[in-house]
Ligand binder design. Structure first.
Ligand code: HEC
Length: 247
């Protein structure tokens, strides 16, 4: 019996110790039975290190290493007049001009730096070429066509499918999908489109996290091409086409 109480007490203690306070927040220092990976021998950034001659943890890049991604030149970034491309070119990342109005047309400059005649670092012009349109087509067909349709007329698969009587599977039809071929949408400024893509609009979700600013402008360029294809002014129609049959 003596042992029974002793063992019983140990079991009760162990049960409470193991399960009792699990998940409870405590301010006291934890008792480590297994320290998992909370303590590891590692070198932290900016730390001191007697092993290396320069006394630093951080190692300089190997000479000739090629920077990837945001290849910032530290000398430049820390210089007094440094401003990154996005803050030099707010138009490109907001779609708005200095007065906060949506821009018409496309931004004059891109986010890529180039060297001018005097060797200064300037933003390269934003060029709307075939490559941009191809990128825009690709992104539009991935991200926008499900709703707005491949022609931008609002007849995407989400709408078509939900008009099949009795087909209640999946998401319900978003009744407000915009037909971007309508004059009311064609009249809107590119900056307005950019804003809609970045932040979404009422029932349309935002795409700012999925498309880079370059891709957003490319999508807009392609969308404008789609609109032109459906509303082509007669003087732009090639002579080889019989204009008498145009509607
Ligand atoms: C899930 C469906 C869906 C997808 C995908 C989608 N949209 Fe929309 N879009 C909508 C709906 C719905 C509206 C109408 C919003 C409203 O009620 O004003 C709309 C409206 C718009 C408008 C007009 C906004 C205005 O000024 O009134 C533009 C421009 C637009 N979309 C562009 C795009 C582009 C570009 C993409 C791809 C990056 C895209 N949409 C992807 C559903 C979608």
């Amino acid at each position: 019996m003596r042992y029974f109480f002793a063992i019983f007490a140990v079991i009760c203690f162990a049960t409470v110790a193991i399960l009792g306070w699990r998940g409870k927040a405590s301010k006291s220092t934890p008792v480590y039975v297994f320290d998992d990976m909370d303590y590891q021998s590692k070198l932290k950034p900016m730390g001191q290190n007697t092993f290396f001659e320069d006394g630093r943890n951080d190692r300089p890049p190997v000479p000739g290493a090629v920077a990837r991604g945001n290849a910032w030149q530290s000398a430049e970034v820390f210089s007094a007049e440094y401003r990154d491309a996005a803050s030099r070119n707010p138009e490109f990342v907001t779609g708005k001009n200095a007065d906060g109005e949506f821009i018409d047309g496309f931004p004059k400059h891109s986010l890529t730096f180039t060297t001018d005649a005097k060797g200064g670092r300037v933003l390269a012009p934003f060029v709307l070429d075939e490559r941009v349109l191809a990128k825009g087509k690709e992104r539009f067909e991935i991200f926008c066509a499900v709703c707005h349709g491949y022609a931008g007329n609002g007849e995407g698969i989400l709408k078509v499918r939900n008009q099949i009587p009795g087909d209640d599977e999946g998401d319900r039809f978003i009744g407000t999908i915009a037909n971007l071929q309508l004059a009311s949408y064609r009249e809107k400024r590119n900056g307005d489109y950019f804003n809609t893509i970045t932040h979404g609009k009422s029932t349309m979700q935002a795409y700012g996290d999925k498309l880079t600013p370059e891709e957003r402008w490319a999508v807009i360029a392609y969308l404008r091409a789609l609109q032109l294809s459906q509303n082509c002014p007669p003087d732009l129609v090639p002579d080889s086409i019989d204009k008498a049959n145009l509607k």
